[in-house]
Design a protein around this ligand. Sequence first.
Ligand SMILES: [Zn+2]
Length: 224
Amino acid sequence: MKKLIKGISEFQKSTFPNNREFFQELANQQDPEVMFLTCCDSRVDPSLITETDPGDLFIHRNVGNIVPPHSLATGGVTASIEFAVSVLGVQYIIVCGHTDCGAMKGAMQPDIAKSLPHVHNWLSHSAAALARVSARHDELSVDEHLHEMTKENVLLQLRHLETHPSVATSMAKENLELHGWIYNIGSGEVTCFDSEKGTFVSVQDRYAHLHTTEWKETKVDRRF
Ligand SMILES: [Zn+2]
């Protein structure tokens, strides 16, 4: 807690006054291009790994970067998606899983229901991913199993996203794209699902079409 209090004092003393104009521009509006949906894990920092600024990402986090399929029940994820898509008009939703994910480990442990009933219920939204991994691979090491589960879970949540009417509408109008990423905490690597290749590839390969000379030579314009 001391670190946070010290950090706020530092922010108010230097970062904010040094960028006062920028924060004034943000004071009454936001116009993010991307909704970034990821895990609560403390080691995953969306703004840090993407070198983005306040106002760039509309972030939703939950245990396991899960998107429950659309239903009549209202939940926080559903409301965030609806707001991001229908009000803010985000053009991209990125579901970003990560290595060493405790939620994915939990989803692979049937005993979790006894001690963590809510986590168990929540992770049932990943059950189909576990079923696919188990059906396809029967001789994986624990680490390999976890890695495959993490990838399948991201793909499953992308499919769940498409069941949400706001997402379906925006995709039908070709105003929205869904992307699946995995962040490797130990290496800093980000891999992205390539639907044409049917596998996760490096961010540079996946977005080669955005890889212009200008982009290569220009340093990321990050404020902080
Ligand atoms: Zn996680």
